[in-house]
Design a protein around this ligand. Structure first.
Ligand SMILES: [Zn+2]
Ligand SMILES: [Zn+2]
Length: 330
């Protein structure tokens, strides 16, 4: 089946599922039509001179103004899709870890059906949502470059990465992948509608999660902390999407573990991409932590006790400073 048909079918099915009617999509068919008219414009260029004279001005001008609109529309769609995906993933995973009243209310709204199964299904629908749109985006950009013989489409991907709206680079996708692997208990997990799958390898030599999708898309999310060079422990994603152990990120931002990453100064930079302002909304990756805790029990326990020792030591230093400095005893 051609992707266009598969995407249309997917959009129809999706409406019958639980996704919001408001949620954004890549307008694949419409954008393809735009590219088709660009292609006929190009063919006209290559045809006889007389025809070119007749159409040269109007066609080319409309093509260049369309370009700007084309990419700004795509940018808006990508940003809306990522925004929707992140907020829904946050909801689903918070419900998974919810306790007390919050959990009760959720169970009530789902008529006390099998909670975990319902959450797993919602997670699956959400992964399919981001994956289908990512495939559509890649196909449209590739087509754009082919029609215009350009690299604008390829460059647009880098712009999306820099603006943190590349569809398959959200840390929430890694969290959902971990949730999925936790649920199945397997190292490899199929996504049925789109024929893709998540898998993970967690050991000292290699630590990564892989997402394979149709159209030869393969994404590897590396889970080695760039600071301690070990498998991440108590992982946090910074605003730029880079993932570190909480204790490592704290030491990079010169804050104590018990103060948390939000205590970092605004000028603190990500140790990998050097972006500033990325510590203000750190994302704790609870599902990934659970995955590591389940798969690497010994390692996880060791790191936990190390973190506790560090925290105790830092608190002692902190309180000593508080008591000695104000009274001038030091
Ligand atoms: Zn680390
Ligand atoms: Zn970064």
């Amino acid at each position: 089946m051609k992707f266009e048909c598969a995407f249309k079918e997917y959009l129809q099915e999706e409406r019958e599922w639980m996704l919001d009617k408001k949620c954004a999509h890549i307008e694949y068919s419409r954008l393809k039509e735009v590219l088709k008219s660009c292609q006929s414009c190009k063919q006209l260029h290559n045809s006889s001179d007389s025809e070119l004279d007749q159409h040269h001005l109007c066609r080319c001008q409309s093509c260049s103004s369309r370009d700007e609109k084309f990419f700004s529309e795509l940018m808006k769609e990508a940003s809306d899709i990522v925004g929707y995906f992140n907020s829904r993933a946050r909801q689903i995973l918070h419900l998974h870890t919810a306790t007390g009243m919050k959990s009760y209310v959720w169970r009530l709204s789902h008529c006390f059906k099998n909670d975990m199964q319902a959450l797993e299904q919602e997670g699956r629908i959400l992964i399919e949502y981001i994956a289908m749109n990512a495939i559509a985006m890649r196909k449209i950009l590739r087509k754009y470059d082919k029609v215009h013989n350009s690299v604008n489409g390829e460059n647009f991907k880098s712009r999306m990465l820099a603006d943190h709206i590349e569809l398959l680079h959200s840390p929430w996708l890694i969290e959902l992948g971990a949730f999925y692997l936790n649920f199945s208990g397997l190292d490899d997990c199929e996504l049925d509608v789109i024929c893709g799958h998540f898998s993970c390898v967690l050991n000292i030599a290699e630590a990564k999660m892989t997402l394979r999708l149709p159209d030869s898309i393969k994404l590897e999310y590396h889970l080695t902390c760039a600071i301690c060079l070990d498998l991440v422990f108590n992982p946090y994603a910074l605003g730029c999407g880079h993932i570190f152990c909480k204790s490592c990120a704290c030491s990079a931002a010169s804050v104590m573990i018990f103060e948390g990453l939000k205590a970092a100064g605004r000028e603190s930079k990500c140790p990998i991409c050097r972006e500033v302002g990325v510590y203000s909304k750190p994302m704790q990756m609870l599902e990934l932590d659970l995955l590591i805790k389940k798969r690497c029990k010994h390692y996880w326990k060791e790191r936990l006790s190390d973190e506790r020792v560090d925290m105790l030591h830092q608190s002692k230093v902190y309180w000593n400073m508080q008591y000695t400095h104000p009274t001038g005893l030091m």
